[in-house]
Design a binder for this molecule. Structure first.
Ligand code: HSE
Length: 436
């Protein structure tokens, strides 16, 4: 049987998962592919550490050239992560005519254009299913199965660490810092956990999704990003009383010819299809003009689920090689020259309902002053809860609004925070009521 030689760059958690699949499902893959996938080289700076998987020491090397410049290597897997040397090695492998499979969302979100252009110039695959949603086949679904559709939105729970933390805060009333520590111990978190909790990792994945869904180039800096570290269990409990759950959502939409590209904590109705996506699970809800809403869910992080997507891409690429075509589908599923550059909507132009929280000294007239300021900014209250005084004379007041302009919400909160009865900066959370 024909052998296809695979070179792996990066022998960390996901790399070890890849090796496990090569070992355990080798015969099954042969039956499906009609060829043998052979892990011919593994490159890492540390080739001594025991990863708990058996590997022939002869294939281990610290020299990346033995993969990217080696004529015997047919397909390269990049699992180094980060920008350099991953970027340089991926470009070199593509220039050498080798298809590349990567899970590196940060690299693609910031340097995607350069990498896709190099792949197209050399007519080779660059596949990245594992970069968004771990084991969930979202990228191939958009590029292949759903490619008859014009998409109007892509909504995702795209960071397993944040979803794990928010789930534990919701279910157990735990606080943020303790849950972050727990998620890190479980091995989902990025090397720098700020990437997770500040929403950056989800934004990297959103940048990729937006290009795939809407055929537009997007500058990473144009994505509005807000993390979860300012949320407290109090907000989660109030959200529940209003009939909502809080999720870190990555939202891509086309409205009025512009792209909405934003990552932030979002209140969604308890009956929303994404509300029960808990723990390390991720989900993406796509809306196409012919197919309608489609929800894909599964494990969004972790060794095995991510390795499953990586090896799936290796098998696809091997099929292309066997069919004599190194690039059957363009990287983003669009002809490169057909990609547009649509305008990105400013977050202050967002129109929707909001949750507001104030911590106020409970004096006669203070609620009236707050509602007057809201009214002056065209903000109408939908429902309100005032708690009994809990700290000195202070009491939290929380409310939800009807649809309002975010610029007005921000100006109103600025004015409200100047009132002498307001003893803590007020907070707002966007609400997404649309269920379909
Ligand atoms: N740190 C990421 C997460 C890993 O928590 O989802 C998968 O990209």
């Amino acid at each position: 049987m024909k052998e296809i030689n695979v070179g792996l760059l990066g022998f960390g958690t996901v790399g070890s998962g890849v090796v496990r699949i090569f070992h355990r499902n080798c015969a099954l893959i042969e039956k499906r592919l009609g060829a043998t996938l052979k892990l011919a080289k593994i490159v890492d700076l540390d080739i001594e550490r025991d990863r708990g998987v058996a590997v022939d020491s002869a294939i281990l090397t610290t020299d990346a050239a033995q993969v990217v410049d080696n004529p015997d290597i047919d397909i390269v897997i990049e699992l180094i992560g980060g920008y350099e040397p991953a970027r340089e090695l991926v470009l070199r492998a593509l220039r050498n005519g080798k298809p590349v499979v990567t899970a590196n969302k940060a690299l693609l979100a910031l340097h995607g254009e350069e990498i896709y252009t190099e792949a197209a110039a050399n007519d080779v695959d660059i596949l990245f299913e594992a970069a968004v949603g771990g084991g969930i086949p979202v990228i191939t679904s958009i590029k292949e199965n759903l490619s008859a559709n014009k998409f109007s939105s892509a909504l995702g729970i795209l960071n397993g660490t944040c979803n794990y933390i928010l789930t534990r805060m919701t279910d157990e009333g735990e606080e943020f810092a303790d849950m972050l520590k727990e998620a890190q111990e479980k091995g989902f978190a990025e090397a720098d956990p700020a990437f997770d909790v500040d929403g950056i990792d989800a934004a990297h994945k959103l940048a990729i999704l937006i290009s795939l869904c809407f055929g537009t180039k997007i500058d990473f800096e144009d994505i509005y990003i807000e993390g979860i570290s300012h949320l407290s269990s109090v907000d989660i409990s109030f959200a529940g009383q209003f009939g909502y759950k809080i999720k870190l959502l990555a939202i891509g939409k086309i409205t009025g010819g512009a792209v909405e590209a934003r990552v932030h904590p979002t209140m969604i109705p308890i009956a929303h299809p994404l509300a029960d996506v808990d723990g390390v699970f991720n989900a993406v809800r796509l809306k196409g003009d012919f197919v309608g809403p489609v929800i894909l869910t599964g494990k969004g992080a972790g060794m095995d689920a991510t390795a499953s997507a990586v090896v799936g891409d290796v098998i696809s690429s091997a099929r292309d090689l066997l069919a004599g075509s190194k690039m059957r589908t363009s990287p983003l599923g669009y002809r490169t020259e057909a990609l547009e550059k649509l305008p990105v909507k400013a977050i202050t132009d967002l129109w929707g309902p909001y949750y507001l929280r104030f911590l106020i000294v409970d004096r006669p007239g203070v609620l009236g002053r707050i509602s007057t300021i809201l009214g002056n900014h065209d903000i109408s209250i939908s429902s309100m809860i005032q708690m009994s005084r809990s700290f000195k004379d202070a009491a939290p007041v929380v409310l939800t609004t009807h649809e309002a302009l975010e610029a007005n919400i921000r100006s109103a909160l600025y004015e409200i925070d100047l009132l002498e009865e307001v003893c803590h900066p007020s907070l707002f959370i966007r609400i997404e009521n649309e269920m379909e």
